[in-house]
Each structure stands twice: as C-alpha cells, then as structure tokens.
Design a protein around this ligand. Structure first.
Ligand code: GRF
Length: 197
C-alpha cells in the first residue's frame, strides 16, 4: 500500500507540483490524496485539480483570530482523505500545537533557509544582510515550535554578487523543487536519514 499524502498550500504551489510530479513517476512509495489551501483563490488548487488530485479550501479570514476554529474546519477535509503524511508546501499559516500534535512524526515542511539559520519570514533578505556566502532550503519534521523540528534534508546555493532577495529566492526555489521530492520519497519509504544536496 502506498503512503497517502495530503499537501497544504497557500499560493502557487510550485513545491506541491514538484511533489505530485515525483509521486507520478516510477515506483514511488506514496500517492497524493489531497491538496488543501487556506486561500480559495490559491492558483495551486487549479493546478492540483488539473493533475487529478482532490482539492479543498477553507478561507482562514472569516475565522479571524480563532485559529482553532479554522483548523477544525481544515481538519475535516484532511481527515476525510485519511492521510499518512502531511506536507506543508508554501503554507503560510502558523499551526497550533493541538493541530501539529495530531501529526507528530508524519508532517513535513519546507523552509527557504539553512535552518537553524533564519526561522520565520524574509529569510533571503536576512541572509543577504548578514553577508552570508551561501543560502538554501530545509525540509524538516514539523513540531509545535515554528521551523524547528528534526532536519530531513538541506540544499545549498551560493549567494552571488549583486543578488537581491528575489534573485536569491529564485535560485533557492529551484533547489526546493529537487529537495522536497527527494526527501518525501525516502520518508514515505521509512527512511528518515537526512540528505544534503
Ligand atoms: C516559496 O517562497 C518557498 O520558498 C516557500 O514557500 C513559497 C511559495 O512556495 N516554501 P510554492 O511555490 O507555493 O511551493
């Protein structure tokens, strides 16, 4: 039986697409069962539907500051597909410990920095401001502490003279699309040894 993977997105879903493409090739140990978003207008939802993957959207805005109520609504859609693994891919909402703890050890996230450097937002500008020679991305297990769980993989890129946050983000994103599928393929097969691209 393949591992059932639900993917959460908030926008274009380029990482989600990379995961779908990889799961559609060869003898992959996992299959996508849902792509869900906190934004009903996320263009990634259209791309997922075009790829034949069930989708769901729960707009977080009507819930205001009631995170638990938003998550309860989202969880209804997620649990209906009985996922084994949850992949956050460009998902821009902070999840409560109650939600995260339902998926301990089986929820992954990709973050656009070389964690533990630069958890949170504006990672590329922070690397540039610090004068770093390298940047990159990290796939990690999600724990209740933001961007803090066990690292499952990292990919590095050079920071080049004249780089802006946008040019660096584009270079890192290319590596995200390599790293996340490589990590999920291993994780779904039960291999949690970190990989470094
Ligand atoms: C990108 O900035 C990526 O680094 C981060 O989420 C953002 C959107 O990714 N993981 P995606 O194109 O929606 O996958």
């Amino acid at each position: 039986m393949k591992k059932r993977v639900a993917i959460l997105i908030s926008g274009g879903g380029s990482n989600m697409l990379a995961l779908l493409r990889d799961m559609a090739t060869g003898d992959h140990p996992a299959e996508p069962v849902l792509v869900a978003s906190n934004d009903p207008t996320a263009t990634g939802l259209t791309k997922a539907a075009a790829a034949g993957v069930p989708t769901a959207a729960v707009d977080h805005r009507p819930f205001g500051r009631d995170r638990a109520a938003f998550e309860a609504a989202l969880l209804t859609h997620i649990l209906a597909t009985q996922p084994d693994i949850l992949c956050l891919a460009g998902f821009m909402r902070v999840l409560t410990p109650a939600f995260v703890n339902r998926f301990t050890g089986r929820m992954l996230n990709i973050h656009p920095s070389l964690l533990p450097l630069y958890p949170g937002l504006h990672t590329h500008q922070r690397a540039l401001d610090a004068g770093d020679a390298q940047a990159g991305c990290t796939v990690h297990e999600v724990t209740p502490i933001l961007d803090d769980g066990p690292i499952l993989g990292q990919a590095r890129v050079p920071i080049l003279p004249g780089d802006t946050a946008d040019s660096l983000a584009a270079r890192v994103l290319t590596q995200e699309h390599r790293l996340y599928p490589a990590v999920l393929r291993r994780f779904a097969a039960g291999d949690r040894a970190p990989i470094f691209l």
